[in-house]
Ligand binder design. Structure first.
Ligand code: ZN
Ligand code: ZN
Length: 120
């Protein structure tokens, strides 16, 4: 989730990063881990992570073996789908040959929240 960092004296810094937390602590992940200067809002931090998921953590060429489903955008029957997997969660969206690409995913889910909702 997006979190605001603290300054050294414990005040909110006004900078948000997309982070992952476990018992060992909290760390920035995705593009926010790679020289990102932080974001003014949590939404921007989420968008930064979403871009990372689409660029690096999504397979666009998956094929279902035994079932056709309808493309979420154009409603054509297809065996194709995209799979986003960041190690903690995975999301799957049925998208046809024409829509199984970054633009198609962004049409089906405009941001990370929506991806979590539509990518069951
Ligand atoms: Zn960032
Ligand atoms: Zn389609």
């Amino acid at each position: 989730m997006a979190r605001q960092t603290m300054t050294d004296d414990g005040k909110p810094s006004g900078k948000y990063f997309y982070t992952y937390a476990d018992r060992d602590g909290t760390m920035a992940i995705g593009y926010c881990q790679e020289g990102c200067n932080g974001h003014a809002t949590s939404k921007e931090a989420c968008d930064h992570y979403y871009q990372y998921l689409l660029d690096k953590m999504t397979r666009y060429d998956c094929r279902a073996e035994d079932a056709l489903k309808k493309c979420l955008i154009c409603k054509q029957w297809t065996d194709r789908y995209i799979l986003t997997d960041d190690g903690a969660f995975s999301y799957q969206i049925t998208l046809c040959d024409r829509h199984a690409n970054t633009q198609g995913v962004m049409m089906a889910a405009k941001d990370l929240d929506e991806l979590m909702r539509v990518g069951q």
